[in-house]
Design a protein around this ligand. Structure first.
Ligand code: GDP
Ligand code: ZN
Length: 292
């Protein structure tokens, strides 16, 4: 049978096949072949499994991923850990006010999206409170949706984006993520809330799960503090600021890092906040490399 992993707890892979839920394990041989059980598959993977008694099953094969969102493995930072497999779109939720729209977080998310080759949608919630100018992101090619969980503004537009897709929702606490999910589907939002509040135990693998929402699947995670920029180095960071890449053709030097080079077509030609956040992320990546 074919199914999809919605949740992983220790060696128990919760596989959904249509309306049915199966609790699966990997065949012993595959385990040996692929090493650590936690790395066998990720939430979001499509699998082929052999059904057994009482909705237990054995996974025979993991289907090749079309995409993934990864981070550095917590225990072995040199290794990739897939957070969710087969992702279609990333969302970053920010508040228009209370707390203030955080450009630093949004810029980090644009890099994360680029590094994982995924589209990013920026959700500005609490639009009933303020109208921050986010045109710099619209100009850079990002889709922005203004919502209010309070008035219902934009909730249908958000639903349209979730439909038939696997989405990962990011955003710090307090921006109204739970309220938005509640506006989309009050019944399922309770379940999502339970995931968020569980937090991340170092050795648990239940910290992310897929939940049906808005006609698609949302991967809710406890918090984006745990997301690192897999695949991003001090050298290639500039390539993950996609709006910089467009301008970089005009730089005098090929491979210009847009820092001190003469004839740079990026420095001074992009939004100042975004340029500052580029330098900040660069500093962080350099010091992380020292620490690792
Ligand atoms: P979360 O931590 O991101 O899940 O945020 P919550 O959904 O718990 O919301 C945090 C606070 O913001 C609560 O007091 C909500 O009532 C409030 N809130 C959420 N969405 C909106 C909104 O669209 N407009 C306004 N004015 N307040 C909101
Ligand atoms: Zn340059």
């Amino acid at each position: 049978m074919n199914g999809r992993i919605f949740k992983i707890a220790a060696n128990d892979y919760e596989v959904h096949a249509g309306e049915q839920v199966w609790h699966c394990r990997f065949r012993g041989k595959m385990k040996l072949e692929r090493g650590n059980a936690l790395k066998l598959a990720a939430v979001g993977d499509y699998v082929e499994f052999v059904p057994g008694d009482e909705h237990q099953g054995t996974i025979e094969k993991v289907v090749e991923r079309r995409s993934r969102l990864s981070r550095h493995d917590v225990l072995k930072p040199s290794k990739e850990q897939v957070i969710v497999a087969n992702v279609d779109v990333l969302f970053v939720v920010q508040a228009a006010k209370d707390p203030d729209f955080n450009l630093g977080i949004v810029d980090k998310c644009t890099v994360m999206a680029a590094a994982n080759r995924l589209p990013l949608v920026i959700v500005v919630n609490k639009s009933d409170l303020a109208q921050p100018d986010v045109s710099l992101y619209e100009k850079a090619g990002y889709k922005v949706i203004r919502t209010s969980a309070r008035t219902g503004e934009g909730v249908e537009a958000l639903r349209g984006f979730l439909k038939d897709k696997t989405s990962v929702l990011m955003g710090p606490s307090g921006v109204g993520k739970s309220s938005l999910l509640n506006a989309l589907d009050p019944e399922l939002a309770l379940k999502v809330g339970a995931v968020s509040k569980r937090g991340e135990g170092r050795h648990t693998t239940t910290w992310v799960e897929l939940v049906p929402m808005g006609g698609g699947l949302i991967a809710d995670t406890p918090g984006m503090e745990f997301f690192t920029l897999w695949g991003v180095t001090p050298e290639n960071l500039k390539d993950h600021f996609l709006d910089f890449v467009d301008l970089a053709d005009g730089c005098r030097f090929r491979n210009c890092s847009h820092i001190k080079e003469a004839g740079c077509a990026v420095k001074g030609h992009v939004a100042e906040s975004r340029y500052e956040n580029y330098l900040d992320l660069l500093d962080k990546l350099i010091s992380q490399r020292r620490d690792r």
